[in-house]
Ligand binder design. Structure first.
Ligand code: SF4
Ligand code: SF4
Length: 400
């Protein structure tokens, strides 16, 4: 295992972090014995950064991790979890959730505590409710050690949040397909230039970039490379190639994948890929983008919409579904994200478009936005939408 330093505090963190959002499951529940074995096995192999969050596995990831860290494992690792910002309605809620998390995780401190899934609106909301005071107080009394945030919004909001808080670190979605999406490469460089450590999530885009059988056009590209690598190896090495990246999180649940990731983390180094290899990864990213149904880059220039359609996220979820083909998972993600439950409770479904035309003229990609939204509404808002919404609420609205 190789380690990189967290710039502001000097912590020596394993370049591979264990993400506890996709633990092995049986009959719809975490397979506890397997999950604990895998987590402890990874720690024994040198992983020392473990990441969980309030809603993972419908609230069961944190207690599982608490159990996995018994028998001396807690003192060997840095523990990260996250404040579910969409659940916060008052300053007191913040203390309440943190207290519940400490109990679930069987610990007296969180080493790396993140505000979960921020975008511009959710940051503004928790900032108004006093989250900076909360973080300062929790650091003073030792309940948390380092403050950070995870991000799923527009690039401009990322910079604004980086500049506004006492952050030691941030967590961003980053992979060769998303170089110009959300925080992207520009955000990675911006955060690093301000001394923040960067934890990378979604290095395989929810596992999709690691599929053994990628689309034929992508497979043909990888076969051009002088060094043969699996798609997962390409994706992970591409992220570790950036020196600004501190830890890459992988949501692991398969013994063979864990072994592969651990082996890669022994050797993957910053700056190791050749210009030809980086160009190949760029072309793979472009090929994926060309396969997308809507050529949206997520720039956000079309926003805000007077009917409150969250246009870029509609397109992101639509593209994800068509690129990777898991229709039910795609429809669930669409229902969850458009419901507004993770932000301000205001829905942003494609079907809310009233065709006012305000957006299309602002789109640099010249996407016929209202027509594309109508297509998305027809495909993704079927009769099962209420059932998916109910399930999303059940998972993400569990009270402290
Ligand atoms: S055309 Fe539809 S999506 Fe575009 S701004 Fe108007 S209501 Fe919003
Ligand atoms: S302006 Fe166009 S490319 Fe940018 S987010 Fe809106 S639809 Fe996507």
């Amino acid at each position: 295992m190789q380690y990189r330093r967290m710039p502001k505090n000097g912590d020596r963190l394993s370049i591979l972090g264990f993400g506890c959002m996709r633990l092995p499951s049986k009959d719809g529940k975490i397979d506890e014995a397997s999950a604990i074995r895998q987590i402890r096995g990874a720690v024994d192999q040198g992983v020392n950064y473990l990441d969980t969050a309030w809603p993972y596995h419908a609230g069961e990831s944190e207690p599982l991790l608490g159990k996995a860290l018994r028998d001396g494992y807690r003192s060997r690792i840095k523990l990260a979890t996250k404040l579910p910002t969409w659940m916060i309605k008052s300053r007191a809620d913040m203390d309440r959730f943190l207290a519940a998390q400490l109990k679930k995780l069987e610990t007296d401190r969180i080493d790396y505590y993140l505000l979960h899934a921020l975008d511009g609106a959710s940051w503004d909301a928790v900032e108004r409710l006093g989250v900076l005071d909360f973080l300062a107080q929790a650091q003073r009394d030792g309940r948390i050690v380092n403050a950070g945030f995870s991000f799923h919004g527009l690039a401009g909001d990322f910079r604004r949040i980086v500049d506004a808080g006492p952050w030691v670190f941030c967590q961003i979605q980053y992979n060769y397909l998303d170089q110009a999406y959300q925080a992207g490469t520009a955000g990675l460089e911006y955060a690093a230039a301000r001394g923040l450590g960067v934890i990378v999530m979604e290095p395989l885009r929810g596992g999709n970039l690691g599929l053994a059988k990628p689309p034929p056009a992508v497979e043909a590209l990888w076969s051009e490379a002088r060094v043969r690598r699996t798609p997962a190896e390409w994706a992970l090495r591409w992220v570790w190639n950036r020196p600004e990246v501190t830890v890459v999180l992988s949501g692991m649940n398969d013994d063979a994948h864990i072994r592969e990731n651990l082996a890669l983390a022994d050797t993957a180094q910053a700056g190791a890929l050749t210009p030809d290899e980086l160009a190949l990864a760029d072309r793979a990213g472009q090929t994926y983008r060309a396969l997308m149904k809507v050529g949206c880059t997520g720039c956000g220039y079309c926003m805000p919409c007077p009917a409150h359609v969250t246009i870029p996220i509609c397109f992101e979820e639509y593209n994800r579904l068509h690129l990777f083909g898991d229709v039910e998972a795609g429809k669930f993600r669409y229902a969850l994200r458009m419901s507004g439950e993770l932000v301000d409770g205001r829905p942003g479904f494609a079907s809310q478009c009233v065709r006012c035309g305000a957006c299309a003229a602002k789109c640099p990609q010249q996407i016929p936005i209202p027509d594309a939204l109508a297509q998305i509404a027809a495909e993704l808002e079927d009769a099962d939408l209420p059932r998916r919404l109910a399930r999303a609420r059940q998972i993400f609205k569990a009270e402290a």
